[in-house]
Design a protein around this ligand. Sequence first.
Ligand SMILES: O=C(O)C1=C[C@@H](OP(=O)(O)O)[C@@H](O)[C@H](O)C1
Ligand SMILES: C=C(OP(=O)(O)O)C(=O)O
Length: 436
Amino acid sequence: MNGPSRTFTPGGPLRGTIAVPGDKSISHRALMLGASALGETRISGLLESDDVRATAAALRAMGVAIERDGADWVVQGLGTGGLMSPRAPLDMGNSGTSARLLSGLVASQDIAVTLTGDASLSRRPMGRVIEPLSRMGAEFRSRDGCLPMTVTGAKRAIPIAYRLPVASAQVKSAVLLAALNTAGTTTVIESETTRDHTERMLQAFGAKLESGAEDGAKVIRLKGESGLRGQNVMVPGDPSSAAFFIVAALLVEGSDLTIRNVGMNPSRAGLLAILREMGGAIEIAAEREAGGEPVADLRVRQSTLAGLDIDPALAPSMIDEFPILFVAAALAEGTTRTTGLGELRVKESDRLAAMAAALGTIGAQVEEHSDGLTIHGTGGAPLAGGGPVPTRLDHRIAMSMAVAGLASTRGVTIDDASPIGTSFPTFIDTLERTRA
Ligand SMILES: O=C(O)C1=C[C@@H](OP(=O)(O)O)[C@@H](O)[C@H](O)C1
Ligand SMILES: C=C(OP(=O)(O)O)C(=O)O
């Protein structure tokens, strides 16, 4: 299914003050923990995008009441283990987070669920959750480790100690969600830190969760069957969505843009650190805490950027931001080299191949390697532009190439703007407002 193509042309500077919509990762988790708690959970700032709607629809099909109340969303929790088998397969759409985290939630409940997804999601690996959740006693039937997949939850799940073989917050979260309805203590060990929204929110909901450093790794222990209580959750602005406006303001002549209420969780902050190291003028103001997560306002002014060798250890803290970083690198002075990014090949698209091809089409100098890209920047001169570039059902490719269009001579056409609705449905309106 293809939506409309769209051309993003160079224009005036980005100015004024904007806010970006709620964090996608936190929104999924707020709905799932709300569904698993006893009592009511009230969520403010929930991201209203296709991916989050897929999670909400799946939970509703398993018996959870979720309703909008003014600007808030209200979830009537069923308690841990309270989900019911849905009558039909659950469509996860484009959302890896929905598919993997819901697999975890279902894995320790006496229900069976079939998950389906779009063409992009149906190519993405589910073996990474099938493996630990099978050890906990769940049964899986899948098409070679991909969707469609049927999960039959364990009647009495078994607690495990699991060392993550890939740096993945989705796998960590799937095991922790399964642990909620599992007697005993489940342990997850991660040697590379990934986003910790699940741990933070589980603690806020009253879970018996402890985490700390042991032998250079993070060890998380969750005592199951302890119950969660409904909470008020405030969802901060999504730093992965803010990233497009940060880079746009850095690149477009004369820009001076303030982005309010951006999530500043250190496990998500890699891009900010890198862009500042490249010479980006990004001021962090009004740092505060909102709903258990750090947030701040960012002021971004157009800057001359310098290319950099990016430390692969930073990858988990900016995993979704590489497509837009590649755009910044294409306009920087000198060369930017990235390595250790094999995970980008199993996102909504193969993001290394997709960005190398798209940037090449519009005149950037890019070399693709097995686990990264090397990009020789223009030193601030605009890219030629052109297209249409294929967005491959990938919202981050669509928005990254939209931003590239703002810093081009002829503009950039993307073949399909509809994937933007996955995470940032108001992206185009917000962009138009900053340039009014
Ligand atoms: O846990 C999450 O909410 C997410 C984790 C990351 O995926 P991986 O766990 O596959 O790295 C990220 O790419 C995705 O957008 C959201
Ligand atoms: C990888 C992403 O999401 P998901 O895995 O939930 O599809 C993303 O939003 O960039």
